[in-house]
Design a binder for this molecule. Structure first.
Ligand code: SF4
Length: 238
């Protein structure tokens, strides 16, 4: 493991112990990529792949003006997405929280900082990925999104996926994973495997939400194996 990766792991809160010239990891930490499990194909609506700046601007304007579900009444602003429009990795979360609603950007605040550190640990600064949520408006009180809200909002995300055309998708948190994979399986059963999303068969990996990791730091080591799986997918030739 490189010194840089070790430094970032320490930042995340994962201890790595060095002994006698080799790296011995903490018992519960598996810092090497996990063996990808069975690959499962997930259906999604076919989307046109028009990647012009005009297509992005048109989509962003539609989201800004959207009143398709009741969440438009309580939002401060929509949270469209952020990052590199031709990113290799697309990170998909659940919905904006209070900080995101205020700042208009997904994954800010403490959970966002942890996500950034996790991405840096696999060599991907935040600026190199694209980050979006399933919902573009904050559910009041940070409640779970309702199915009809997600149904109304998902076409925007589908268009973002088609525009970015990533080589891999990281679904962050239970709600995101269950919605994208159209399953009610617990997240513990969804992570540690590679799914194929949509017509393009984009590899999709599930991991825990950083807000959960802040509450359950022992799971950080598990999340690290998910991130290593993503890194391995990106390193493979397309
Ligand atoms: S959550 Fe999505 S569908 Fe609902 S108002 Fe916001 S942008 Fe529109």
């Amino acid at each position: 493991m490189s010194e840089r990766a070790e430094r970032y792991l320490a930042e995340i809160g994962i201890a790595v112990y060095k002994r006698r010239g080799f790296v011995a990891e903490a018992a519960s930490v598996r810092a090497e990529p996990a063996e990808p499990g069975p690959i499962e194909r997930v259906a999604a609506e076919p989307q046109p792949s028009v990647t012009t700046p005009e297509a992005w601007e048109r989509l962003a304007a539609e989201v800004r003006a959207c009143t398709l579900c009741g969440l438009h009444k309580t939002r401060t602003q929509t949270v469209f997405g952020v990052g590199r429009r031709d990113a290799e990795l697309l990170v998909i979360g659940e919905a904006p929280g209070a900080d995101e609603d205020r700042q208009g950007e997904p994954f800010v605040g403490r959970a966002g900082q942890l996500l950034n550190a996790m991405l840096r640990a696999i060599g991907l600064p935040r600026s190199e990925v694209y980050i979006a949520n399933i919902l573009k408006c904050r559910p009041p009180g940070n409640r779970d999104p309702q199915p009809e809200e997600a149904s109304h909002c998902t076409p925007y995300l589908s268009r973002q996926i088609a525009l970015v055309n990533p080589r891999a998708i990281l679904a962050v948190g239970r709600i995101s994973a269950q919605w994208l994979l159209q399953t009610d399986s617990p997240i513990g059963r969804l992570r540690g495997r590679v799914f194929r999303y949509g017509e393009s068969g984009t590899p999709l990996v599930v991991t825990y939400h950083p807000a959960y990791l802040l509450r359950s730091p022992l799971q950080k080591a598990t999340a690290w194996t998910d991130l290593c799986m993503v890194k391995e997918l990106l390193q493979k030739r397309a």
